[in-house]
Design a binder for this molecule. Sequence first.
Ligand SMILES: Cc1ncc(COP(=O)(O)O)c(C=O)c1O
Length: 479
Amino acid sequence: MTKKISALELTLNEPAPEQTLSAWLYRELSRAILDGRLPPATRLPATRDFARQYGISRGVVVNVFERLQTDGYISSEVGAGTWVNNRLPEAAPSRTKRLAAPSKVRPAPMIGLPYSGPARPFRMNEPALSHFPADAWARVAARRFRQHSTWLQMNDNGRGFQPLCVAIANYLASSRGVNCSPDQIAIVSGVQQALDLLARCFLKPGDPVWIEDPGYFGATIAFRNAGAKLVPVPVDGEGIRVSEGRRIEPRARCVYVTPNHQFPMGATMSLERRLALLHWAGETGALVIEDDYDSEFRFEGRPMLSLQGLHNGRNVVFAGTFNKILSPALRLGYVVLPPELVDPFLSLRYGTDLCSTSLDQVILCDFIEDGHFGRHLRRMRDLYAGRLAALMDATQSYLSGLLEIPNVRAGLYTAGFLQNRMSSEQAETVLAARGIETMGLHRFVLRRPDPRGLLLGFAAFDERSIRRGVAQMASALGD
Ligand SMILES: Cc1ncc(COP(=O)(O)O)c(C=O)c1O
């Protein structure tokens, strides 16, 4: 090979903090070779000269040259020196065509959460993480780590860990009147994954879907991503207005509802509406998706029988989650499918992520079977009931004439309705400026006018912080 003799006049960037000298030098030299600043056949100085020129120890230079040689960037011969190779291992293409346009269905934009960092009153999507049953979880997990043969093998057919499905089927039968066999259950990462898969497996682009207005943005995103036509159907104190849905789009293929605790307004769907919805679905063959995201947290009375239970499982998919009960970071939920949807759902799921992680599933299964889950739930129910009562009480004391909270004793968050003629957006902005985290209800409407209210999370905050937060709200909204 002809070797150009060239004095090395290469400018090197500063090392990043915490980057070792050899990692830095390797990256700088390989980059310089790939982008042509050190062209093929350039001769490199002897390691001693190189080290002196750049003020680095010779040992580092020798190591890096050896690695560059092993990786095919440079060659050296005793007595002849070191030079850049003509054929490079991974030369970057000199021209890059722009990416082809994405498919016709454009991903729906994420809802911009108005806050980040550690939660402050009244962030809405956080349970009381400081009460996470860490000791019990750690004990169960340690036992399962040792018995690794059950979860290290990949024997999940996409439905999930069979004993967990059995435990969920029993739990749902007794707590929600859900009528299913464990084979109808698939473990997913949460309601969100269930909605995404259901929308893609059941709907064609353009299919009309009734969606509660105001409603859950995660459902809107899933249906939009599948290319469905969203049909906003207003909700009132009894849930979705079925007669309105029938009037606007009688032939919708699917309806998404949160009957036990309507998101975000808080209503429980009345029995009359439940039956009307199921009648319509029965007549038209539409699929009802029942999002049962937080019915564990009902502080007065019992949750109503699920739509799934009322209809004997036909036409209804029931989706639930452990992410609100334990932690949003857990990412485990479940879906109860009508028998004819099981195979299509599982095939689609197989093509996305095969199955949920088995270790988390076996730990959760033991956690339920050993009674920790039931205990944690009871403890959290009492804690949240106290926190909601503190919020309602403080609201009555400080926010009279400014904000009213309806008497819904459920959930991890509640809607509060403005009494001072402010819009939801104005109130959210004014409060955010004082460091109070709320979400204006305008964020959840599709077609309806602004309901003039705020979503207030109470689960993650102790009663003192709640009272303090309400007092701050009063001064911000009063001003
Ligand atoms: C109404 C509703 N459904 C579903 C979810 C998401 O559940 P998961 O975390 O299980 O995906 C949420 C989360 O806040 C929710 O509010």
